[in-house]
Design a protein around this ligand. Structure first.
Ligand code: WT7
Length: 651
């Protein structure tokens, strides 16, 4: 492996000269944000238009049992007004959204702020017409089309809470989320083109709704024009839009009213509904979008994430639009029709900031430089990554082949729970090191704790678990419908701190290096998954008696899914059964959860009390047999030898 850990890459003088922040500015603003958080955030909350100004900045308690997080709590505002209406006077005719469709032969669309305003107003009135009221939940299950952004903002306009479900999730996973938040309406499309193939989204919704309340209505966007099975509670968006005006009075929302719920995987149980509220989230996504990407008026910003993930919420929709930016939305995939697609889009739309995941960079890197070199990438100014640690090879390729050594790379560490960037370089201020998310954003107080004792490590150079000592405006507020679970997940293990679930190292310069999850969460192609979810899908199959799932290093995906499966007595393993289980998991959760490797395991390593020793399974999956640790406490130590002997050959 390339050792780049000691190399630093400072920004060029020319970049720093035009940047929002140089090193001195970062140091000064960071110090102020920590010494006087109330003063700092009162000042920076002015970037948002408030209907009624707040009198109190923060009101936070991190004590387990009593956790409560409030920002700007007596202020009122409307998120859609901040993302749309307030830009009309100055930049009504500027493009708000560039939409690049799946098929490069189809024309891109440019939606101005004026047009965005009309679309959002119409969709808001349609939702009202369908009976959606302030506080109601609306599920979005959509391709990457502008209507996804319209729908999010329409919900925000009328005070409804959106919950976007990634369109790659299965009907069962969709049903669980619709029921979880008791949604009144599901917004979907007839079909979803992606990478030249079409998913029948409406079909999936039909299947999902068999498991939901009969009153749930469906609003359907016509995207492909394909035939769909129609039901009583279904409404076409284009028909509904004919009936309503494009003017919709925004609701005055409290800063702490929920803006959205987004389901994410944890180490145990079913996915949890992460709740973000209105005021703090908007302030935080807007300030991070501007400083982390050094966004300037007139720039074209492209985040390649899907709106089904938090990255899409914060850095395709809310952050950029709150800043009056031009944000690019891409319906397709980076490798179709070929590995040059992203670079063609960058060239065609003169993209200035490009933000993607290490897994995409690795996949494109493997296809050869000629796909990049064909295109004019001179518009690029800043490159970003998110989702998992980036390996030095991929970093170097990104820097040299894409950025021509002229674009700072911002490696942004954050989570669904954090709403926006917590650790990241500011591109004009902080010299980068490949693989490090460098330093905290304004107002963020990272601490490294000893995993066992929970003691804060004071030495600069250290390794431990990453926690946050204080709140920031974009922090999640609760788990939807289950505040106890929120407190238990994030505030119980280390008293008085928010526990991120990640391990990290801090180097002599105070830079943070994320070492990965310390819990049973894995990160597959930048998609977060609980191993428990995949296990429960597997054991739901009649042939499976027990299953244990771990991550293992995968050259492109970062981590792959490795499943150890014990079959029911009398069931014989076979290639057919292996395929069947793969299909089964796809159906239960979605294609992203399909195991990469299934190993038949006549027995699993368990403690005498019956707890599966995942540490050992992880080592076997990693092909690392020398550090299995103590196996003498196992109920049946010999199962380990059997597992090693039969470890799936990965080739
Ligand atoms: C987990 C959160 C936040 C948007 C995408 C993922 C890992 C995220 C980095 C990074 C190393 C990273 C962490 C984190 N992660 N960014 N720059 N370097 N690891 O959101 O699905 O909530 O996953 O992704 O393990 O805990 P998410």
């Amino acid at each position: 492996m390339l050792d780049e850990s000691n190399k630093t890459y400072p920004p060029t003088e020319a970049f720093t000269a035009q940047a929002h922040a140089d090193k001195e500015t970062y140091d000064r603003m960071y110090a102020q944000s920590i010494e006087d958080p109330d003063g700092f955030w009162a000042e920076h909350a002015k970037r948002i238009d408030w209907i009624k100004p707040f009198s109190k900045v923060r009101n936070v308690n991190f004590d387990h049992g009593d956790v409560s997080i409030k920002w700007f709590e007596d202020g009122t505002l409307n998120a859609s007004v901040n993302c749309v209406d307030r830009h009309l006077a100055d930049r009504g005719d500027q493009t708000a959204i560039i939409w690049e469709p799946d098929d490069p032969a189809d024309e891109a669309q440019h939606i101005t702020y004026k047009q965005l305003h009309a679309h959002v107003g119409k969709m808001a009135n349609v939702l009202k017409e369908m009976g959606v009221k302030r506080g109601d939940r609306v599920v979005l299950y959509l391709p990457m089309i502008p209507q996804a952004a319209y729908a999010m903002l329409a919900c925000a306009r009328i005070g409804a809470i959106h919950s976007v479900v990634f369109a790659g999730f299965s009907p069962d996973a969709l049903a669980a989320r619709v029921n979880g938040c008791e949604a009144k309406v599901v917004i979907t499309s007839d079909g979803a083109p992606r990478g030249g193939r079409t998913t029948n989204l409406k079909d999936n919704v039909n299947k999902a709704l068999l498991h939901c309340d009969d009153d749930v209505k469906t609003l359907v966007v016509r995207r492909t024009g394909q035939q769909v099975a129609w039901h009583e509670n279904d409404y076409w968006l284009h028909e509904m839009e004919e009936k309503v005006s494009d003017q919709c009075e925004p609701e005055e929302m409290n800063a702490e009213d929920p803006l959205f719920v987004l389901y994410t995987s944890g180490s145990t149980g079913k996915p949890k509904g992460v709740v973000h509220t209105t005021g703090g989230y908007l302030v935080f996504t807007s300030i991070t979008h501007q400083y982390t990407f050094d966004y300037h008026d007139g720039d074209v910003f492209w985040c390649t994430a899907d709106v089904g993930w938090v990255t899409g919420h914060s850095y395709i929709v809310y952050g950029p639009l709150a800043n009056g930016a031009t944000t690019l939305m891409f319906e397709g995939v980076p490798t179709w029709p070929d590995a040059g697609r992203c670079w063609q889009v960058c060239q065609d739309h003169k993209v200035n900031q490009f933000y993607t995941a290490p897994t995409a960079i690795r996949a494109l890197m493997g296809k050869g430089n000629e796909h990049v070199e064909k295109y004019d990438l001179s518009s690029l100014k800043v490159l970003g990554t998110v989702g998992e640690p980036i390996n030095p090879e991929a970093w170097t390729w990104y820097n040299e082949v894409v950025g021509k050594e002229n674009c700072p790379i911002v490696d942004t560490w954050w989570q669904t729970e954090t709403g926006g960037h917590l650790l990241t370089p500011l591109p004009g201020a902080i010299p980068t090191k490949p693989g490090s998310a460098t330093l905290p954003f304004f107002g963020v107080k990272p601490v490294v704790l000893e995993p066992e004792s929970g003691k804060v490590i004071e030495e600069t150079e250290c390794e431990g678990v990453l926690c946050l000592a204080d709140s920031w405006p974009g922090q999640m507020r609760t788990v939807y419908g289950d505040h106890q679970r929120f407190m238990d997940t994030y505030f119980q293990q280390y008293k008085g701190y928010y526990f991120s679930g990640d391990g990290c190292r801090r180097d002599k310069d105070g830079y943070y290096w994320i070492t990965g999850r310390v819990d049973d969460v894995i990160n597959v192609s930048g998609h977060r998954m609980g191993t428990a979810e995949v296990e429960s899908a597997l054991v739901a199959h009649e042939a499976v008696s027990e299953a244990a799932v771990v991550g293992y290093p995968h050259p492109v995906k970062g981590q792959g899914i490795y499943a150890y499966v014990t079959l029911m007595r009398g069931t014989e393993p076979s290639e057919d059964l292996r395929k069947e289980l793969e299909t089964w998991v796809r159906k239960e959760i979605g294609p992203i959860a399909k195991p990469d490797l299934i190993q038949w395991a006549p027995g699993l390593p368990k403690t005498r009390s019956g707890k599966i020793m995942r540490r050992i399974l992880r080592k076997i999956a990693e092909n690392d047999y020398d550090s299995l640790g103590d196996t003498s406490t196992l109920a049946e130590p010999e199962v380990v030898d059997d597992l090693i002997e039969n470890r799936r050959n990965r080739g």
